[in-house]
Design a protein around this ligand. Sequence first.
Ligand code: ADP
Ligand code: ASP
Ligand code: MG
Length: 437
Amino acid sequence: MKVLKFGGTSVGSAARMQEVAKLVSGEGQKIVVLSAMSGTTNSLIEISEYLYKNNPSGALERINVLEQQYFTTVDALYSNIKIQKEAREIVASHFNYIRSFSKSVFTLFEEKAILAQGELLSTAMFQLYLQEKGENSALLPALNFMRIDKNAEPDTAYINEHLKKELAQHPNKKIYITQGFICRNFYGEIDNLQRGGSDYTASLIGAAVQASEIQIWTDIDGMHNNDPRYVAGTKPVPLLHFEEAAELAYFGAKILHPTCILPAKLANIPVRLLNTMDPEAEGTLISNQCKKDKIEAVAAKDNITAIKIKSGRMLLAHGFLRKVFEIFETYQTPIDMITTSEVGVSVTIDNTKHLEEILNDLKKFGTVMVDSNMVIVCVVGDLHHKNLGLQAKAVEALKEIPIRMISYGGSNYNISFLIRQEDKKRALNALSKALFE
Ligand code: ADP
Ligand code: ASP
Ligand code: MG
C-alpha cells in the first residue's frame, strides 16, 4: 500500500483534479490524502474573521463568492449530469453549514468546524469524479480515525485502530480517499493539525498502515537546494536523509510540514516528493540514506527573536542553564538555537506570546538583551565534524553578513546561523553561489 498526498495547488481546479485522477488510477492499492483546493483554507479563515467580528453580512458575502467558485469547478469537473447535480448538492450543503454559523456565537470551536469544510469539499468532489470514471474507490472520513490527544499530539494507537476499522468497512477497493489536515481532538471536537498539516496526515497514515512509500505531490519537483521564493536557479535535491529533511522542513522549507518526517522516520518508510505538474520528474527521495561529504540544501525560518542573558554568576557555576531553561519551560516556549560562553547564553524563540513574562523572569539572573526580526538560516548536509572544510565553506559564504549566532555540532546534519531579516535574501543567495554553483 502507498500513501499519496496532493496539496492545494494539485487539486486547485477541475483540470488539476482530473490530472490527479489519472495519477492515482495506476496499478497498486493506495490511500490518497487531499488538501483543500488552493485558497480555500485562507478564504475560510477570512470568513471566520468576519464572524469573530460579529459581521455576518461580510461573512455571507465571502461565503457566496467562494460557493460560486465551487459551482464553477463542479460544472467543469463532471460530464455526467446526474453526478454533477449530486456534486452541486454536496457543495451547497457544505456552504449552508458554513452559513449556519452566522447566526450563533462564534468561538475557536466554530472556526475549526468551518476550516474543516475545505478538505471535506475537495475529497467529496474527487470521490464523485472517480465514481464518474468508474474507479474502484471509497471515501474514508478522517474525522472517524484521525485524532489528537490532550497535548495536541497524534493519538497513534487510536489512529491505527480506527483507520483499520474504516479500511475493513470497504474491503478490496483500489483507491481510498481521505482528508488531510482535519482531525478530532481529545474531546471529540473537530480540530486540525495546523496549517500545512495535510503532509502530517499522510505520514501518520503511512505509519499506521506500514505503507511501502509516502508520496507528497505538490507544485514543484522536490526539495530544492534553496528557497525558490528568494533564490533564482535553485535545483531539486535527489536524495535526503530523514534528519536532513526534518531540519529543512523545521527551518522553513515550506514544501514539507515540519512534523511530517518523524512518523515516517520512526516507521522507516521512504518519503518521495513529487511534482503534479511534471509527474515524470525524479523529485526527492527521503530515506535513511544520505549522500556523503556533501552540503545538500539551505532553508530559512523567519520571525525569530534572540535573547541574550549575561551574568557574572554563570562563571564556573553549575545550575545556571537549568534555571534559565526552566523559565522557558514554565511559559511553554520552545527554544530553537542555543549558544553559550562562560559569561552568557543566547537562545532563540519563534513564539513570543509570553516574551514579556520570560524577560521579566530572566532579569533575576542577569542582564537581558533582545533582538527581534531575526532569521535562522540552516545549512544541511553531511556535516559530521570529521568532514573538514564543509562548515568553513558555509561560514566563508556569509563573510559579508553580520551573524548574531552560529550553532554547529548539535547533529551531524546541520549548521545554523542567526542573521537579521533584512540580510536574509542576500545570505541565501550568497550560500547558493558558494555551495551549489
Ligand atoms: P502544497 O499546497 O502542495 O502543500 P506548499 O505550498 O505547502 O504546497 O509547498 C510547496 C511550495 O514550497 C513550493 O511552491 C515552494 O515555493 C515552497 N518552497 C519553499 N522552500 C522550498 C524548497 N527548499 N524546495 C521546494 N519548495 C520550497
Ligand atoms: N488546507 C490546509 C492549509 O491550507 C492544510 C494543507 O493544505 O496542508 O493549511
Ligand atoms: Mg503544504
